[in-house]
Design a protein around this ligand. Structure first.
Ligand SMILES: Cc1cc2nc3c(=O)[nH]c(=O)nc-3n(C[C@H](O)[C@H](O)[C@H](O)COP(=O)(O)OP(=O)(O)OC[C@H]3O[C@@H](n4cnc5c(N)ncnc54)[C@H](O)[C@@H]3O)c2cc1C
Ligand code: FES
Length: 275
């Protein structure tokens, strides 16, 4: 039987939780009639349809390994995402994918890992961090730097607490504008990283967040001595087909939906993008 890649498969929402202000996490069951989700790699994304409204791409934020369900974390910014936020447990969405090239897990073994995320940019990195923690002995020390504009916009607070108490994981969380209860660092995540410093030798860095944060962090990491091939980030481009056909997501000679969304800084320099 020939399957139509453009046809969304119906999948049921199992639960919805408020992640942060204007951001919700959806747990979604494997498509109807399928025993489990297709295998996916951290960094891959799904095309999600809200029936009658439209389709949009979202990173898978849960780690591979619980094949019956996965999680998507969505900021309400426009038509599709606002309608998605109006859905509840039991409602059905359409899904296509998983699509795209994920993080280079094979190249990371034995290395120290630095994660730098801003706001909802922690979503794709959370999938990778969960995977790395599930195979902890394969990797060196882990450092996670995370920032948001204010405390109400911090995502995955329970995970941050759990990661902090795991062996050989350092977690640093900062906000640009603190509230009265905030006791942590204040300022951007990039400034915190630059101030505290990081030994680049033997390390791979992963960066995800708003475009301006990514640009600034990539520069800081290169100044710290990281080789461009050891700095990995994700590109967000407007997408239509998600499978390399329509050309909407083209950057230089790359199509972000199939050649990315994960790219090394060396690849971005080649594409003259992101720095
Ligand atoms: C590979 C990939 C992974 C993504 N993962 C996530 C995720 O995990 N969680 C999440 O909340 N969002 C994610 N996004 C962004 C998400 O797809 C958009 O927010 C969504 O398409 C907006 O749809 P909308 O109809 O609600 O908004 P629209 O009404 O289409 O647009 C609302 C506003 O958002 C801007 N916008 C829309 N799409 C993008 C985009 N791709 N890049 C930059 N600006 C955009 C528009 O210009 C407009 O200003 C991802 C995008 C890509 C390409
Ligand atoms: S979204 Fe169509 S080619 Fe990438």
């Amino acid at each position: 039987m020939v399957t139509n890649v453009y046809l969304p498969r119906p999948s049921r929402i199992v639960s919805v939780r408020e992640e942060a202000q204007g951001i919700k996490t959806f747990t979604v069951r494997a498509p109807e009639g399928e025993p489990s989700w297709p295998r996916f790699a951290p960094g891959q994304f799904l095309e999600v349809t809200v029936f009658g409204v439209g389709e949009a791409p979202f990173s898978i934020t849960s780690a591979p390994g619980s094949p019956g369900e996965l999680e998507l974390t969505v900021a309400a910014v426009g038509e599709v995402t606002e309608e998605l936020h109006a859905l509840a447990a039991g409602d059905v969405i359409g899904v296509r994918g998983p699509y795209g090239r994920g993080f280079p897990i094979g190249d990371m073994k034995g290395r120290r890992l630095l994660f730098v995320a801003g706001g909802i940019g922690l979503a794709p990195l959370r999938s990778l961090i969960g995977h790395v923690i599930s195979e902890r002995d394969d990797y060196g020390e882990i450092s996670i730097y995370y920032g948001a504009r204010n405390p109400s916009l911090l995502c995955f607070c329970e995970d941050l607490t759990a990661w902090e108490s795991a062996p050989h994981i350092q977690v640093r969380v900062t906000v640009d504008s603190p509230d009265a209860a905030w006791q942590g660092p204040v300022g951007t995540v990039t400034s915190l990283l630059a101030k505290e410093g990081y030994e680049a030798g033997g390390a791979t860095a992963f960066v995800c967040g708003p475009p301006v944060m990514i640009r600034h962090t990539l520069r800081v990491l290169l100044e710290m001595g990281f080789a461009p091939k050891d700095v990995i980030t994700t590109l967000e481009r407007r997408m239509e087909c998600g499978v390399g056909k329509c050309g909407h997501c083209t950057v230089g000679k790359a199509r972000v939906c199939v050649d990315g969304p994960v790219f090394s800084c060396a690849e971005l320099l080649d594409l003259k993008e992101g720095l």
